[in-house]
Design a protein around this ligand. Structure first.
Ligand SMILES: CC(C)(COP(=O)(O)OP(=O)(O)OC[C@H]1O[C@@H](n2cnc3c(N)ncnc32)[C@H](O)[C@@H]1OP(=O)(O)O)[C@@H](O)C(=O)NCCC(=O)NCCS
Length: 208
């Protein structure tokens, strides 16, 4: 069975106890993506897209939502109660020239940043990558996004200059027990275990 199954809906809590819904992105998510972009600050847009991107074109929305979860995987996070509001997206796209590597990007709307959602999305991508034989992530990060660079280094990321003001960070996607020692790796392992539990709970529910 492909992973993630398109019916996957995980309900996981953030650091402050807020429950969020995480599920694979589908073409139905186009309005949520455009709305999410409108709730991203200028700084966050520049950090993610390296420019102020005022809106997403039809072509970009097609590209961002028509994903096969193998060469292009994407998870969306949304509120878990009442009206569905998009909170963030994590995606990776396999590099045609290096099939074991995929370019990764995570975005969380500003009002939800710093609450653990970006880490959760990265952990989901990590699990997804392990299922489709992606063994390293490549992230292009602006040099002034230092906190993120430090976080990626702590889970094994190595840096190379990419272009003016941008570093290329390669992060190996290893077995969970091969992560470098340290608090960031411990946090990732804890998140991976919670994701595994949520996936297994969902499987049991579906079989019941
Ligand atoms: C980077 C980003 C995805 C992190 O998501 P988040 O939900 O805020 O992250 P978490 O709360 O799980 O924290 C994980 C790490 O993300 C980084 N982070 C958290 N808040 C951040 C912010 N406001 N700005 C930049 N990095 C931030 C930190 O490295 C943090 O680890 P630390 O607390 O040990 O320093 C999010 O801040 C964002 O969308 N920023 C704008 C877009 C972007 O920079 N994307 C990355 C390019 S690939």
């Amino acid at each position: 069975m492909p992973f993630p199954d398109l019916g996957t809906q995980l309900h996981l809590s953030l650091d402050d106890g807020t429950i969020v819904l995480l599920r694979p992105i589908t073409p139905d998510d186009r309005p949520l993506l455009e709305d999410g972009l409108q709730r991203l600050s200028l700084r966050s847009r520049v950090m993610r897209f390296f420019s102020a991107v005022p809106h997403l074109s039809e072509r970009q929305l097609d590209y961002l939502t028509r994903v096969d979860q193998h060469d292009h995987a994407a998870w969306g996070a949304a509120t878990d109660d009442g009206e569905i509001v998009g909170l963030g997206v994590g995606r990776f796209v396999r590099l045609p020239t290096e099939p074991g590597a995929a370019e990764v990007a995570v975005t969380v709307v500003d009002e939800f940043q710093g609450r653990g959602l970006g880490s959760l999305l990265l952990a989901l991508l990590y699990r997804t990558a392990q299922r489709v034989e992606v063994d390293r992530f490549r992230a292009f990060v602006r040099f002034d996004n230092q906190r993120l660079i430090e976080s990626l280094k702590a889970i094994g990321g190595t840096l190379q200059h990419a272009e003016e003001g941008v570093v290329m960070v390669d992060v190996p996607v290893l077995g969970d027990d091969r992560l470098p020692p340290g608090p960031k790796s411990d946090e990732l392992k804890r998140l991976l275990a919670r994701i595994d539990q949520a996936l297994s709970d969902q499987r049991s529910q579906n079989e019941a």
